[in-house]
Write a protein that binds this ligand. Sequence first.
Ligand code: F3S
Length: 303
Amino acid sequence: MEIERARELGLCFGVRRAIRMLREAADKYGSIETLGPVAHNQQLVQGLAEAGIKPVEEVEQVQGKIVAITTHGVSPAVLSEIEARCIHIINTTCPIVRQAQNAAMELAEAEFDVVIFGEAEHPEVKGLLGWAEGRGIAALDVKQFVVSSLSLPEKWDNRHSLGIISQTTQGQPAFFQFVTQLIATLPSLTASQSPECSQELMWQSIKEVRVVNTLCQATQRRLEAAIELAQRSQLMIVVGGHDSANTKRLSEACLPIVETHLVEGVSEVDNSWLVGKQHIGITAGASTPDEIIEEVVVKLKSL
Ligand code: F3S
């Protein structure tokens, strides 16, 4: 039986950088708190907690004087809230997320209305909405965009310039499809479809649509490598947190190609999956520690 790892898998440079910064800070200050979990991976969060790095949900819950912002980043309002409490900040916002925040801010400053292709409740998207200075909405499909743009007229009062960006960890094909469908839909958002909206709220007089590709290339490369390996394998094991968006996307990409299982750790591997399989592919989400991947590989080899 051959066990092959995807050519790119596991911890991305953004999460590795954040872990390094947090461990250095914990060594220096003893213990620190992070605003939300560092990543959606229980083992990783647990390992950091043992080193004195513990998550809190809100700024008001911070008890010490050192707080770390995670790779997902936060909105300017949250940053000000932390500063107002005179708490020292360790900012581990991933540089790729920082670029997306800058894109949102620059679009808003240029008076573009901003749509973010992403999950409205994801911490990164919440932060991006803040950087869009109240001019942003998040949507995962055109239907959601239409509903939000018609029901939130206070956000968009001119509707002649639209900027489109993405949550960094969304898949590239899905983002491009969203952009294409959205542009095709804009002219049809007419008063006749929504008589309660005044003509000024319509997009018919749109002058400019600006698309900024804010996708993370590390995520795209992991996705491509997983799909390529799935096409040559009889079984794919995806290692990562069940709550991790990028891990779930890896699993969803492999599933239509070959039998695929998402496991958070070695204890979730079921021996019966291996029956009759000669070639097993392994991939892992961007927040999965190396040792968890290794444990799964060792167990598979032992079976
Ligand atoms: Fe950054 Fe991409 Fe990782 S956005 S945190 S390098 S998945």
